[in-house]
Design a binder for this molecule. Structure first.
Ligand SMILES: [Zn+2]
Length: 55
């Protein structure tokens, strides 16, 4: 993930909390910029198809 040849690719958003599938950045649905502890985002899971909060 930290290899230099990945620099042209957006890092994945995280994993689906339900399926543990890596969610690519292209699946981002919406991102909230929060001043609080955690940024919140919704992404479409490529496996279950749900909008989830990547973990
Ligand atoms: Zn899923």
């Amino acid at each position: 993930m930290w290899d230099s040849d990945t620099e042209t690719v957006d890092p994945p958003l995280g994993q689906c909390p339900a399926c543990d599938v890596t969610i690519p950045a292209a699946n981002l649905v919406i991102a909230y910029d929060r001043a609080g502890d955690w940024p919140r985002m919704l992404a479409a899971c490529p496996d279950c198809g749900d909008a989830v909060n990547p973990v």
